[in-house]
Design a protein around this ligand. Structure first.
Ligand code: MG
Length: 454
């Protein structure tokens, strides 16, 4: 299709409603989506953003205008909508969400009947229908109907509970602090965790499209309240979700917040032990603890480019059991092959219940002691390749080119220099068996990248 205009980015169609796109756009695009689905009933849901209700109504109108019937789920986490799409036998789904983006953003995500985002080529088919203006416009008797679908969250939490040992978790009587970040998991995760007999304390637990608590993106830097609450309540763990609930970031009983690849490796250790010979998938930016765990448990690790779609695709190709990302997105295949913050929480509770130790001890028991350092360097977009060349020039050891440059300086030390796909930035990550080594490697490469780009 050549140089066709792209509407879909890495995670659906994103825009600022009323600024970069209007409701007419949403109606027209939804007519194109309905035309692409061609038949059947489409499930529609949204996260808690201020523009969500207006956009969802526009999406519903567009789908009905193209002749599709619609089931309206209202405010639900993205993975709940994805799970229900498959469970309820829907033709497909549309989620109105901008995930972790700032409050002014919103967007549309399109799912196939299996609950997974439609393939890239099908996104181009939808784009072509939209850009050609070849949407089906049903006449007065062909227009679709809509009905409420209030059972999505119940089906979702039940589905997750059926994949873990609820009895084992209940016996531990965990105390959990949950930072819902005013996001869509407000309607699901608390009920899931309470169904496991946990004592639950919540913060930022009311849906608010302005995300006044700590913003829609959970990072170790903005989860101070969660850590403090975990220590004050003497809780067993803390968990925080992103705006649409597909990612989960955890802290241990001491309030120490972990990056998602650390909890991902912990879960990989647990799941590979229970499923000998299984494999896991993660991006090139995740900790080498993944390989250490797989070696110990006799499993395989497949590394991909950075991005949830790459992880998902490789997971399906390799028939892998589990996938994870450093940002807290974890995928458990037996549930649904997409990222799910609720499923991740249930697996972590089962892992801790099974190990019978505190969270921090469980981590130190399962994972090698490794230290990470991360930074980003603003660069002139035209000089990105110079920066990469400069980094490569001084590289002492093995180089992995899966995504950017990953340079191994010794057996336990690497630095990743990777241009961002969406911003004029180069991200630099380092990992080593001492914090000093990681820090000095980070500093060295950040400097090389910066001086080559200015
Ligand atoms: Mg998300």
């Amino acid at each position: 299709m050549g140089a066709q205009q792209r509407l879909f980015g890495t995670n659906g169609v994103r825009f600022v409603p009323g600024v970069t796109r209007d409701l007419d756009f949403v109606i027209g695009l939804s007519e194109a989506i309905g035309t692409y689905f061609a038949a059947g009933e489409v499930l529609v849901g949204r996260d808690g953003r201020l523009s969500g209700e207006a956009l969802m109504n526009a999406a519903v109108s567009g789908l009905m205008s193209s002749g599709r019937d619609v089931a309206e789920a209202g405010v639900v986490p993205t993975p709940a909508l994805q799970y229900a799409t498959r469970e309820f036998g829907q033709r497909g789904a549309v989620m109105v969400t901008a995930s972790h983006n700032p409050p002014q953003y919103n967007g549309l995500k399109v799912m196939a009947a299996d609950g997974v985002e439609i393939p890239r080529l099908d996104e181009q088919r939808v784009e072509k229908i939209f850009l050609d203006g070849s949407q089906t416009k049903a006449d007065w008797k062909g227009v679709g109907v809509s009905r409420p679908q209030p059972s999505v969250v119940r089906a979702y939490t039940k589905g997750i509970a059926s994949k873990v040992n609820s009895k084992l978790i209940s016996e531990r009587k965990f105390t959990v602090v949950m930072d819902l970040g005013n996001g869509a998991q407000c309607v699901a995760a608390p009920y899931l965790v309470e169904s496991f007999g946990c004592k639950l304390l919540t913060i930022n637990s009311l849906i608010d499209g302005l995300f006044p608590g700590r913003g829609p993106e959970p990072t170790p830097a903005n989860l101070g309240d969660l850590s403090a609450a975990v220590r004050a309540a003497k809780a067993d763990l803390g968990v925080a979700y992103d705006g649409d609930g597909d990612r989960a970031i955890f802290c241990d009983e001491e309030g120490k917040v972990m990056w998602g690849d650390q909890t991902g490796c912990l879960l990989a250790d647990y799941l590979l032990e229970r499923n000998p010979g299984a494999s896991v998938v993660t991006a090139v930016s995740s900790s080498q603890a993944a390989e250490a765990v797989a070696k110990k448990r006799g499993g395989a690790v497949y590394r991909t480019r950075v991005g949830s779609v790459d992880v998902s695709r490789t997971l399906l190709e390799r028939k892998a059991l589990f996938g994870f990302e450093e940002n807290g997105g974890c995928i458990y295949s037996p549930h649904i092959p997409v990222r799910d913050g609720g499923m991740t929480t249930a697996l972590l509770l089962e892992c801790l219940a099974s190990r019978g130790m505190s969270f921090s001890r469980t981590v130190s028991f399962a994972l090698p002691r490794l230290f990470q350092a991360k930074t980003k360097v603003e660069v002139d977009p035209k000089r990105v390749s110079q920066s990469l060349k400069a980094a490569e020039r001084g590289a002492p050891g093995r180089i992995d080119r899966t995504d950017g440059l990953k340079i191994w300086t010794d057996e336990k030390t690497w630095v990743l220099v990777r241009p961002s796909g969406t911003e004029p930035l180069i991200r630099v990550f380092a990992e080593s068996d001492t914090q000093d080594k990681a820090d000095s490697l980070l500093k060295k490469y950040a400097k090389i990248v910066k001086s080559a780009s200015s």
